[in-house]
Design a binder for this molecule. Structure first.
Ligand SMILES: Cc1cc2nc3c(=O)[nH]c(=O)nc-3n(C[C@H](O)[C@H](O)[C@H](O)COP(=O)(O)OP(=O)(O)OC[C@H]3O[C@@H](n4cnc5c(N)ncnc54)[C@H](O)[C@@H]3O)c2cc1C
Length: 383
């Protein structure tokens, strides 16, 4: 059987793999993208759709800002509208002392581009009069917003295809290895691919491939819980989420212009990784309904018309694995985005393409290096 070759082989066609394929083609690299099922079928296609920068680890804001600049230009860049609405994002809290934490975040130099404004008291009630009486304050990010996740990865993949990328769906990678200067990639149906550079963007399955290069990571999998209401007149353009240390209180929602309110939050489920299914936890949906009544009393009687979940990969420090391998030249990773990768997608694609094509990136990504796990293991062995 013939071996198919490219400058770069990408494993995993979620938003990370598809966006990287697009940006690599713009830099003139030949690319083969291998996706086990269909482009955007997993987390990238079923997420909540928050295009939120505020609340992220401050060391990730440079990457989130780069991504946000791309979100604004996407229709012109990829020829598709992902329904991105820079509607604003409001992070509210139920405790007075949490307002001080929101203020400290807003004052950090890294958060400057977010233009955060803290609301409380009469000003809060005047601007967000629909919020429940328990809400004490909030941090408003005027430029953050939301988009339609179903559209994102397929749109990037189509744009990459138009620029000449080779995209293979229903193609599961079984084995990866490096022989001489090149990576050899073998699929479960016996096809072979070869490239000088290999990028693993396999989401919640990323560690299965990194382990084949001797770089295991302690990735865990969870299924965040989503629901959507029947449509009602469009009145809530701002995305709203609760900032809290109490897990049951975590709730966020957005209304789409058609009128439905998309809701997320609460107890996550444990996905079935063998059959690739993420299940809905009924207690989560019940909890979402009671939390929504507290946050937004006006929605108390709306019908929930659909519930779903999705498979996401989480690392113990809630940061992704992103950057060059610590052991193998030409090997790169971008996976495990811990429930906040949708906003980052375009930026990750741009940064990874820059890194693969030039050997470095102008956006700092050192905190996300896979080497942090090997270093942590060495430290715990030494102690
Ligand atoms: C329910 C839910 C809600 C979320 N809400 C938000 C949100 O509001 N905002 C936000 O920023 N983020 C959110 N996220 C997180 C975000 O969706 C993810 O971080 C992001 O989509 C990850 O993209 P990815 O490309 O890394 O992974 P994925 O979309 O999982 O793509 C990985 C791909 O790799 C493929 N693959 C795996 N193994 C192989 C193999 N061996 N061979 C070939 N292909 C393989 C898979 O089939 C899959 O298609 C949410 C996630 C979920 C699940």
């Amino acid at each position: 059987m013939s071996v198919q070759k490219a400058d770069v082989v990408i494993v995993g066609g979620g938003v990370m793999g598809s966006a990287t394929a697009f940006f690599l083609r713009r830099r003139g690299q030949t690319v083969i993208l291998l996706e086990r099922d269909q482009i955007g079928q997993y987390a990238s296609g079923v997420n909540f759709g928050n295009v939120r920068r505020q609340g992220r680890f401050l060391g990730q804001l440079a990457l989130a800002n780069r991504s946000w600049a791309l979100w604004k230009r996407l229709p012109e860049l990829i020829g598709d509208d992902l329904e991105f609405i820079p509607s604003g994002h409001m992070r509210v809290c139920y405790c007075d002392d949490e307002i001080a934490e929101l203020e400290a975040y807003a004052a950090a130099p890294e958060a400057e581009q977010l233009d955060l404004k803290i609301y409380r008291g009469a000003e809060l009630r005047q601007r967000f009069g629909f919020l429940g009486p328990n809400v004490k304050g909030g941090s408003y990010a005027p430029h953050d917003g939301h988009a339609n996740p179903r559209l994102a990865a397929p749109a990037f993949a189509r744009a990459a295809l138009r620029l000449g990328a080779q995209i293979e769906e229903r193609t599961e990678v079984a084995e990866v290895g490096k022989i001489g200067a090149d990576f050899q990639i073998t699929t479960t149906d016996g096809r072979q691919f070869q490239a000088a550079q290999l990028l693993i963007t396999a989401g919640a399955w990323g560690q299965k491939l990194s382990a084949q290069f001797g770089e295991p990571v302690p990735l865990d999998t969870h299924g965040p819980q989503m629901a959507v209401t029947e449509p009602v007149p469009y009145a809530l353009p701002t995305v709203i989420g609760v900032y809290t240390k109490i897990p049951e209180e975590v709730i966020y929602f957005r209304q789409i212009p058609r009128g439905n309110i998309v809701i997320g939050g609460g107890y996550r489920s444990k996905p079935d990784m063998l059959n690739r299914r993420a299940y809905v936890e009924p207690r989560s949906i019940l909890n979402q309904i009671s939390q929504m009544r507290r946050l937004l009393p006006g929605v108390g009687n709306l019908n929930i018309i659909r519930v779903w979940s999705g498979i996401e990969g989480y690392l113990p420090d809630s940061l992704p694995v992103m950057g060059a391998s610590g052991t193998v030249d030409g090997l790169y990773y971008a996976f495990g985005f811990c429930g906040h990768g949708f906003q980052l997608g375009p930026g990750v694609g741009d940064v990874m393409a820059e890194l693969l094509a030039t050997g470095s990136t102008s956006t700092p990504i050192a905190p996300f290096s896979i080497t942090r796990f090997a270093l942590a293991a060495q430290r715990s062995q030494a102690s």
